[in-house]
Design a protein. Structure first.
Length: 93
């Protein structure tokens, strides 16, 4: 297998040039202004971070209110790693 990689440029897609699509018109006096929904916090689902005590990746699944509903590894499993009663994955001890 050759290590050489060649990427050739392609022509721009038609219809995406500036001004190709009509812009939204602003509301007129006869139309009521649209109200935006109340601002709610946005949560990434799942939330992935590294537990600093164990250096393990923790994945948390949240509900619409942002509360953690499920977590992998579980809090109990993380506690066991922190106490040293479990060997971390990839360790040769």
């Amino acid at each position: 297998m050759s290590a050489d990689l060649t990427i050739s440029p392609i022509a721009p897609l038609s219809g995406f040039a500036s001004g190709a699509f009509p812009r939204n018109q602003t509301a007129t006096a006869s139309e009521p202004a649209a109200t935006s929904p109340p601002a709610t916090p946005i949560y990434t689902n799942p939330d992935i971070h590294i537990d600093p005590a164990t250096n393990l990746v923790v994945m948390e699944f949240r509900n619409s209110a942002g509360a953690v509903q499920d977590q992998f590894p579980s809090p109990q499993l993380l506690a066991a790693y922190r106490q040293g009663s479990l060997t971390q994955p990839g360790s040769t001890d």
